[in-house]
Design a protein around this ligand. Sequence first.
Ligand code: ZN
Length: 157
Amino acid sequence: MSSIEDWYRKEVDEDDVFGAGICSCAQPGYHIECQWRILAIRAKFEESDKKLLKKYAVSEHYGVSKNNQEEFKLACKKLAERLQQKLEFDETKVIENESWWFIPHGWIGVLGFIVEKESDDIYIIGSRTEPEFDAYAYWHGIEWYSSGHGELYEAQT
Ligand SMILES: [Zn+2]
């Protein structure tokens, strides 16, 4: 009835943080119950993702809408200037809200930035997350920002 699937087999075989041939439960080999656990976690994440996109994204999807490309470019320029860095991020993971952009340019401990549309304020989204928060960590930062607790990014001088 149930069988080890290729995607899970591949994950175990990969030489990642757990090492080649080690399952995410830290034991060697393939385990059907681990495969189910991973699927359940993913389904939960996807569900949260959908809900949060509906709550925050103007289009209810990731990405930059066609009509706002120019505005988005300006937001990127503003962020790059403030950081004094060339931005590198996946544009399909950008989130557009009525009043801000989430730009997933980051590094270790930084998941991205919120660039406000109507002000010069830029907020840093860190990887701080609650253990019971079952969505991608940047959503936690976005919710935190939306509740007025965002951490304003100050350029180093
Ligand atoms: Zn396992």
